[in-house]
Design a protein around this ligand. Sequence first.
Ligand code: ADP
Ligand code: MG
Length: 329
Amino acid sequence: MGEFELISRFFQRPAQAAEGANPRVALGIGDDCALLNPAEGNQLAITTDLLVEGRHFLSTVPPDRLGHKSLAVNLSDLAAMGATPSAFTLSLALPRADERWCAEFSKGLFALADAAGCTLIGGDTTASPVITISITAFGEVPVGAAITRAGAHAGDDIYVSHPEGGGIGDARLALEVQRAQAHLVADAFDRVRLRMELPTPRNSLGVALRGIATAMIDVSDGLLGDLNHILERSHLGARVEADAIARSPALCTQPVAMQRLCTLAGGDDYELLFTAPPSTRAAVLSAAHASGVAVARIGRIETQPGTRLVDARGYAIDNIFRSFDHFGR
Ligand code: ADP
Ligand code: MG
């Protein structure tokens, strides 16, 4: 199977699926460029992510889950701006043209793409020693409505989303179990592994928070580190109550130190961390309810720089948590 056969068999779907169904796509796969028609009064939101085998995922991850996650991490970035997904490109570097791998990968990818109304409009394909996947996603947001990292105000509440009945930190807990640093019974491990391999981007919540959230980011490298991006861009500090962060039943079986590591510095959560003034508490809850996601209020923005971490009784917790940095130690 050559490059062009691989593209046409697994990634180029009938024009009906590519163009007909999505009014934003004027021209999809097959030409030198794709053409997009953003709606009048909208801005394009553009994000890209690179996933490298051995660095971002293990070669043992089922390819359909990898297809899902490759797109999910980009959709999560669009969610964090309050943008609606419209289209994406896919660049693939593969050691060989493996039919089973391509079939599974594209199945997982298109299941999420179709659910999100996000159309594959092009890409590039090449051979390489390790699997490398790069997706660029395009979304739309009305001019002036994007929610950046820079808009927090002193006195704003800090919130983080989580699944109903679940929490933050499960993806990291799954990783710690794989590294033999934590133990879970098989059922519980399967559940946290799903949170690591099949993250759910929070696009409807992101859009519902337009006009409510003052600053927003998605939690990909660890909650405190990602919060710090908001603080730095907004020139402010925060007080965070560690015990207010929702934890799944599986994470609650772990020692407190493991719970804190996973919730505060876990990474790979793909939940939305955002700020909003206390006057909008009811609006935040109804946005969450309408989106079918839960949100927890976990702290407050303050003028004093840095993050002060406290437990449920208000006692200070040492902030020793580092977020993930590819070129860090
Ligand atoms: P070019 O020579 O302009 O790079 P290619 O021959 O690489 O074009 O690709 C042919 C068409 O297939 C283009 O429209 C390109 O966007 C699309 N394409 C290539 N690889 C992929 C892929 N992995 N997924 C989706 N579309 C792809
Ligand atoms: Mg090419």
